[in-house]
Each structure stands twice: as C-alpha cells, then as structure tokens.
Design a protein around this ligand. Structure first.
Ligand code: NAD
Ligand code: LMR
Length: 332
C-alpha cells in the first residue's frame, strides 16, 4: 500500500540551497524512494516571484513522489502540519563577513519562526536548522518553541562530517563510502573540531584506523583540521556564494539517517542539545557523534578523548557559550 505523504518545510526555498534541496526532496533522496512528499516552501515577500518560479519548475519536473507544493510568504501557512522542517532561510555570510555579523538578523527570524512551528507543525515534527549561525539559531528556536521536544531540534554539521570524509578519501585515494566514523565536535564554524581518532577505512584486509593508514600525525593534527574548518570560507572565496549543492545533499543525509537510521557500526555528526556528555556544558546545541534508530538519535558514549582533543572540544564549546550570550543580548 502506498505510504501517506510526509510534509516537508523548506524555509528560504527561493535561495541557493533551497533551489538545490527541493528537487532532492521531491526525488526521494531525503526520505526514501517510496515516500511521497508534500513540499512546503517559505520565503520572504521580496523573493515571492522567485519562489513561484521554483514552484513552476517543480511542477514541470513531474516528480512522481511529489504530491503537492505549498509556496508562500506566510509562516503560519508554511508551518501548518509539517512533519519535517528544514530551516534554510536567513541572511547568509558573504565574503569577508564574520558569522557573528549576521547573528542579530537571524535571531529575530528564528524567534518568530519557532512560534509558528510550535503552534502549527505536526506533533513530533523534526527540525533541522541549516542557516548560520546554525547551532545558535537552533538554540533560539528551541528556547522559543518550548513545547517541541528538545530532541527534535538539531542543526547541520553533517556537511562538515562529509567534508572530513572527503578529505580522508582524497588523501588515501580510497572510496569515500569506505571511510567512516569521523566526528565533528562543536560549532558549525572555524572552531569545530574534526576528529579522526576513531575513524576507519574499509580495506581488503579489514577495517583499518585512519591514523594508521595516513601515517602522518602532523597532517592529521594540523592541515586536515584547518582544511575542514575553513572549507566553507574556501567555497565562498571560490564561488562568491556559500556552499549550496553540498549543503543540500548533507541536509538530506542528516534527515534520512535520523528518520531511517544509521547503518550498523557507523555514526554521523549532528548538532544536538547537549546533555553534559563528554563534559560539554549542557544547554548548547553542540555537534556530537550520534547513531540513529527508530527516528531517535543517541550520542555515542565512551569514546576516549586525548589531551589535544579535550582542548579542542572545550574551545568550540567556549565559542558556542559566547554565541549564546551574544544571541541573548540581541533579544533584549
Ligand atoms: P541565500 O541567500 O541564497 O538564500 C536564503 C534565502 O532565505 C533567501 O531566498 C531569502 O529570501 C530567504 N529568507 C531570508 N529571510 C527569511 C525569512 N525570515 N523566512 C524565510 N526565508 C527567508 O542563502 P543560501 O546560500 O541558501 O544559505 C542559506 C543559509 O544556510 C545561510 O545562512 C548560510 O550561511 C547557511 N549555510 C549553512 C551551512 C551548514 O552547513 N550549516 C552550509 C551552507 C550554508
Ligand atoms: C559552509 O560551511 O559552507 C557555510 O556554513 C559557510 C557560510 O558561512 O555560509
């Protein structure tokens, strides 16, 4: 029997990530090839005509799984009945801009959209915040949508996770699908800590630790980390716009694994509400290694954290605490 359609909200749908993301959702890349979807697309009035153009293209593409499209500038209409909300709308960082410069604009957007989601989304709606500063926007959304379970509010660090997999695969000249269990700790910013201490590669002789195969701690502890940390800025420098196709694809990976589960023995990175695991202060949206089962994520416990890693986990937590304070100062 055909499944009932799932309603998926994409805010900022007329923007660059939105334009890459909505066809992926309509093709079943986010929720599965047998899962019909109804797309809810929100943007702001100046983008209304462009949004309507995206809707026209969705119709023209005749996606078999796409059972309806709501394209609107009204947040209540956009949020009504949605099961999954991908929050891409916001003010993007441009070349030379610090992420903190865009904080105050995004805090007010996330405060008002939190209320619309809380009142009008379906029960148990899963929320993924993509727009920067992603962790702190998600935290603001959580604070102003108190009836949405905190486990349902997450932010995107899967792009950083995928970037780390990509760098290891290039360095070792192996398939990216054979690399697993990197970790992104902390903020989706240049203080994030891409950690390969528990990562491995599938080889004909079995799984081998990334550190053993790379055999260059100097590269792993410096250039690899900064390359992943700075990749977003490098894309902006090259394209003059922030990453879009990789962000959209990673947003699909994030929701797919959350809803459908992570493969046995594999974890992914998600920005989630911290509970004090790994001595990360509670009350932050912080990226952890997680596994997902039955639509729920759980932080992977018991991983050893060496001294270098400890410092890096604390540094990115410190930045998130400062962002949190700055966000709250924008509210008053
Ligand atoms: P974009 O400027 O092309 O699109 C943003 C869209 O949001 C625009 O269409 C704009 O009109 C819309 N918008 C603005 N305010 C809105 C509101 N209040 N409600 C609904 N829509 C609104 O930007 P983009 O390149 O698509 O990037 C979107 C965001 O994602 C940026 O904040 C960017 O920094 C961030 N980003 C995050 C990651 C990540 O990994 N977390 C990766 C790439 C980009
Ligand atoms: C990215 O990681 O590509 C983006 O978050 C960069 C940005 O600041 O928009």
């Amino acid at each position: 029997m055909a499944k009932d359609p799932v309603r998926v909200l994409v805010t900022g749908a007329a923007g660059q990530i939105g334009y890459a993301l909505v066809p992926m959702i309509a093709r079943g890349i986010m929720l599965g090839a047998d899962q019909p979807v109804i797309l809810h697309m929100l943007d702001i009035p100046p983008a209304a005509e462009a949004l309507n153009g995206v809707k026209m293209e969705l119709v023209d593409a005749a996606f078999p799984l796409l059972k309806g499209v709501v394209a609107t500038t009204d947040a209540v209409e956009a949020c009504t009945g949605v099961n999954v909300a991908v929050m891409v709308g916001g003010f993007p960082r441009k070349e030379g801009m610090e992420r903190k410069d865009v904080m105050s604009k995004n805090v007010s957007i996330y405060k008002s959209q939190a209320s619309a989601l809380e009142k009008h989304a379906a029960a148990n709606c899963k929320v993924l915040v993509v727009a920067n500063p992603a962790n702190t926007n998600a935290l603001i959304l959580k604070e102003f949508a108190p009836s949405i379970p905190e486990k349902n509010i997450t932010c995107l660090t899967r792009l950083d996770h995928n970037r780390a997999l990509g760098q290891i695969s290039e360095r070792l000249n192996v398939q990216v699908s054979d690399v697993k269990n990197v970790i992104i700790w902390g903020n989706h910013s240049s203080t994030q800590y891409p950690d390969v201490n528990h990562a491995s590669v599938k080889t004909p002789a079995g799984e081998k630790p990334v550190r053993e195969l790379v055999a260059d701690d100097e590269w792993l502890n410096s250039e690899f980390i900064t390359t992943v940390q700075q990749r977003g800025a490098a894309i902006i420098k090259a394209r003059k716009f922030s990453s879009a196709l990789s962000a959209a694809s990673s947003a699909c990976d994030h929701i797919r694994d959350w809803v459908l589960g992570t493969p046995e023995g594999t974890w992914v990175s998600m920005g989630v509400y911290s509970d004090g695991s790994y001595n990360v202060p509670s009350g932050l949206i912080y990226s952890f290694p997680v596994t997902c089962k039955n639509g729920e994520w759980s932080i992977v416990q018991g991983l050893s954290i060496d001294e270098l890693s400890r410092k890096k986990l604390d540094l990115t937590a410190q930045e998130l605490s400062e962002e949190k304070a700055l966000a709250y100062s924008c509210l008053s």
